[in-house]
Design a binder for this molecule. Structure first.
Ligand code: HEM
Length: 414
């Protein structure tokens, strides 16, 4: 039996499932079973996980923000109550070493500080011309190749992969290796053995690169991490973990946004027409990207926490050892924060969305991702005005089994 927000008790079987399935009709929207919770008027509800645990889930944009900035919650995956979404994570959790995404307070600040200079807004803005040039080249190459093409392979994956390689100092020739492993890292259905093998392969790979850069420094983030090792402020295994996270999060997320956003726009011709008309207006495109980020919220399973001490929020007492999910897609479809949330409206004010999270763990790479998406969406439909889907919409395979929501292949023609 589980105590709910109203103080009533329910059996776990009566509770909504997290995660739950999307609708085939509109797979761009968050799961209907979770969206319906907005109508209950409760900001915090109990949900049921695959392992029978019943963490709290926030349905409200405002409450999610409060939760994610609270020092009474921990991002520690092995902290009691932390909501664990997959069997492989459950197997891995007790052995999880501390890192950027699973520490709190001063310890987390120390990790963040390792990257302070690498991802500043100013530094990312300087990359825009290079991102534009890469995007143009990738689109031109797609147009010269076979028609139809898979957008993932032609543009969505190479663009952020090339950028994160350039920033970190990872050879792009190795993209098949790291993209394949990133898919395993993000998979929710991998076995514990597959997870461990992928982790080992990526860490050894990153270590090899850092060692090379310690002998022969370059202008890149892995060299910066190597310098920190030499200064004695970072250990090699810590640098491996940071490098791994940046490499994986640095390409798979933006790639999924480009593919999914393109498919969503092709399904919304009026919004696509508005984007094409205003493609030369940087402010319109920047805002359109915020709306796409809000609508799609591809980090659909992230922002989970464990409660460190009892506290009251939204009229509910949550207890030490409870789990909390600040369900980002549900917060981004909260009608209180975004009226008529299921309507894609590229001109709505959407920048207060939580697609990059909120609070101390907010996304490190958000400025980079924003510029990649602004350039991609600002260029694709003007350079390829006849771009359309080259497959039956119903045949598209959506990534419900990945930490980063997306579409496995997007066949397009022009
Ligand atoms: C559209 C693209 C992206 C989305 C939607 C996204 C989303 C997110 C979200 C929601 C979080 C917070 C998770 C939490 O609070 O538990 C996060 C954290 C993080 N992201 Fe991203 N991300 C994107 C792109 C990137 C890129 C390009 C990079 C690297 C260059 C990156 C690196 C990171 C890192 C290192 C963290 C952990 C930060 C911390 O825990 O302090 N992300 N991201």
């Amino acid at each position: 039996m589980t105590e709910t927000a109203s103080g009533a008790t329910e059996t776990a079987g009566d509770l909504p499932e997290f995660p739950s399935s999307r609708s085939r009709e509109n797979p761009f929207l968050p799961p209907p079973g979770l969206l319906a919770l907005h109508e209950t008027g409760e900001s915090l509800v109990r949900v049921r996980q695959w392992d029978g645990e019943t963490p709290w889930m926030s349905t409200s944009h405002e409450v999610s923000r409060q939760l994610l900035s609270s020092d009474k919650l921990s991002a520690g995956i092995s902290a009691p109550g932390y909501p664990i979404t997959t069997p492989s994570m459950k197997a891995h959790a007790p052995h999880m070493e501390p890192g950027l995404n699973n520490t709190d307070g001063a310890e987390h600040t120390r990790w963040r500080r390792m990257l302070t200079n690498s991802f500043t807004r100013k530094r990312m803005a300087l990359l825009r011309p290079e991102i534009q040039q890469m995007t143009d080249e990738l689109i031109d190459r797609m147009l010269e190749g076979p028609n139809p093409a898979n957008l993932n392979e032609a543009v969505s994956l190479p663009l952020p992969s090339l950028m994160i390689c350039a920033l970190l100092g990872v050879p792009y020739e190795d993209h098949t290796f790291f993209q394949k492993h990133a898919t395993v890292v993000n998979s929710t259905t991998k076995t514990a053995e597959e997870g461990a093998a992928t982790n080992k392969a990526l860490r050894e790979y990153i270590q090899g690169l850092i060692e090379k850069k310690m002998d022969d420094p370059q202008e890149d983030v892995l060299t910066d991490l190597g310098e920190k090792i030499k200064e004695g402020v970072l250990a090699m295994d810590e640098a491996q973990r940071l490098g791994l996270m940046l490499l994986v999060a640095g390409h798979d997320t933006s790639a999924n946004m480009i593919t999914l956003g393109t498919a969503l726009l092709l399904r919304n011709p009026d919004q696509l027409a508005a984007l094409r008309e205003n493609a030369g207006d940087e402010r319109f495109v920047a805002n359109a990207v915020e709306e796409l980020l809000r609508y799609l919220t591809i980090a659909h399973l992230l922002a989970r926490r464990a409660v460190l001490e009892d506290f009251e929020i939204a009229g509910v007492t949550i207890r030490k050892g409870d789990g909390v999910i600040a369900a980002l897609p549900i917060a981004n479809h909260d009608p209180e924060a975004f009226p008529d949330p299921a309507r894609l409206d590229l001109s709505r004010r959407a920048s207060h969305h939580l697609a990059f999270g909120w609070g101390p763990h907010q996304c490190v790479g958000q400025q980079l991702a924003r510029i990649e998406l602004q350039v991609a969406f600002g260029s694709l439909f003007t350079k390829v005005p006849t771009l359309s889907l080259a497959a039956d919409f119903d045949s598209l395979r959506f990534k419900e089994d990945s930490q980063a929501y997306g579409i496995y292949e997007l066949p397009v023609k022009w």
